[in-house]
Design a protein around this ligand. Structure first.
Ligand SMILES: CC(C)(COP(=O)(O)OP(=O)(O)OC[C@H]1O[C@@H](n2cnc3c(N)ncnc32)[C@H](O)[C@@H]1OP(=O)(O)O)[C@@H](O)C(=O)NCCC(=O)NCCS
Length: 184
């Protein structure tokens, strides 16, 4: 392929195609899960979420034909909760995590959510920077939330997702993100 037609050869990340997660995706998702978290979900947790939890909505992002990112939310009336989000370690810093978060926000709003919350480790500066970019602020701390090292969790919230001001913010962020790494 000529360099100018190949996004990666031209220094641009491959476009990310985001689709609902299906059971066949769980194995590649588990590889990224193991790279990403010190306390990992067993594959059964993903199967249960996909099969049995009507409130749960999970997505995978594919680039260059393979799964490089995933994320999930629960939506309960006006509240949504990011349960997980991760990008393959070798694919970080290319806009994929942001694309997945944008997709989760879009999906939550489409399902009627007005608010989004998540927990993040106190030490996870990268994720916190991403969340703050999308208007999440810390509203409380859960002391010793993570059992592996007794680390505290910051509880962050964003909203009102349906307000004019938030929709404008999202529009501007989406345009900037698309200009850097095109979604497919
Ligand atoms: C957090 C995570 C999903 C971000 O995904 P990513 O694809 O690397 O991030 P992106 O390239 O989309 O970057 C989006 C934004 O995240 C923040 N960010 C990304 N990498 C960063 C870094 N090294 N330092 C600081 N902020 C960073 C920035 O705000 C960035 O926006 P900008 O490019 O305008 O500065 C990814 O690092 C990851 O999978 N980490 C391990 C799992 C995890 O911690 N998940 C979150 C649990 S709460």
């Amino acid at each position: 392929m000529k360099a100018e037609l190949d996004p990666q050869a031209a220094g641009q990340p491959s476009p990310l195609a985001i689709e609902p997660m299906v059971e066949a995706d769980i194995q590649p998702v588990m590889r990224i899960e193991a790279q990403s978290f010190s306390t990992t979900w067993p594959s059964n947790a993903f199967y249960n979420e996909l099969r049995d939890n009507a409130l749960a909505h999970y997505f995978v992002g594919r680039a260059g034909g393979r799964i490089v990112a995933y994320g999930g939310i629960w939506v309960i009336l006006e509240d949504s909760h990011v349960t997980t989000i991760a990008v393959a370690s070798e694919e970080r810093g290319r806009g994929y995590g942001e694309a997945v978060l944008l997709h989760l926000l879009d999906d939550a709003v489409a399902r009627g959510a007005a608010w989004m919350t998540l927990e993040v480790r106190e030490s996870n500066a990268v994720a916190q920077t991403l969340y703050r970019k999308y208007g999440f602020t810390t509203v409380s701390t859960r002391k010793g939330y993570y059992s592996d090292n007794n680390e505290s969790a910051l509880v962050m919230w964003a909203g009102n997702l349906r307000s004019e001001i938030y929709r404008n913010r999202l529009r501007a962020l989406r345009a900037a993100a698309l200009s850097r790494s095109p979604a497919s």
